[in-house]
Design a protein around this ligand. Sequence first.
Ligand code: PLP
Length: 345
Amino acid sequence: MMVPAPLRLRLDGAALIENWRTLARMSGSAACGAAVKADGYGLGAHGVAQRLAAAGCRDFFVATWAEAEALADLKLPVSVLHGVRAEDMEVVRSGMARPVLNTPLQIQRWRDSGGGPCDVMVDTGMNRLGVSPAQVEQGLLDGLTIETLISHLACAEDDTSMNAAQRKRFAALTGRTGARRMSLCNSAGIALGTEYHFDLTRPGLSLYGGSLVPVLAGSIRQVVFPQTQILQRRRVPAGETVGYNATWTAPADTEVAVCNLGYADGYFRGFSGTGAGLHDGRSLPVLGRVSMDLIALNVEVAPDLAEGDWIDIAFTLPQAAQTSGMSQYELLTGLGSRFSRVWTD
Ligand SMILES: *Cc1c(COP(=O)(O)O)cnc(C)c1O
């Protein structure tokens, strides 16, 4: 029997699709894919990929082969960013997804196992994954059937000369590899302009409501709406404290709702005394510490809220990141497994 969870994520499918369309429009003549690694940044990769595929998205990116397997029944074009380890080869050769080859050893492994269409990551300055432009020039990729040549921007959201430098190193490889397409941009990279777009863009964060640059903040919609159920409503007398370590003392008698949300759900310590619930357009501040699996909200302004009622938690990503001191990536991917995930389309 499935007991309904006392906390849920309302996932706005229409907003997800609108964000993808916005990013696709901003990508100009380049196709727009979707990074759905880390279980669709915490939303649930299957539900995300299914909706974006229906909207017309044709390129999906995951980190690992286990993540590719989780999408296999959708029969979508999926690329696996972390490439092929020795222990991946059995599932790799099943052909369920395309590897993104990152190292000379991965390339050799792919050739030895029979090759076929693949993607390749070139490192243009981030020093994360990828072969070097020099290795490409020396012929490391010659003879491979490359669908997409990929590189990744280290600081797309920052106003830095590094973006142009990376773009230049990448553009210099045009025509060198026989790759059918080239792809450089993540979400923030799309906002850098046409010369960065090449043939395919790969947004992740902004599909899910995140934005790290003003131009996106104005057009990207919130997708993830955490909601929690009230377990107890109580009146805290003036002078008494609330929560772990007694960090909040009631200045006057205060109405408090204790709700089901905490660290294991991705509602981290940084929301202590800074986060809020929302009710009828009014803010319900978090009082004191997030206390393991529970938070206390000030419900003085909401006499109608009672035990068993549901409360929205403020989770506009740019603001929630500022409030909590976490990054938007951490906030999304931290959303735990105890939420029931409910798509509203
Ligand atoms: C995660 C990732 C993306 C998406 O980046 P966002 O900043 O979330 O838009 C694109 N490309 C690669 C290679 C990635 O690892």
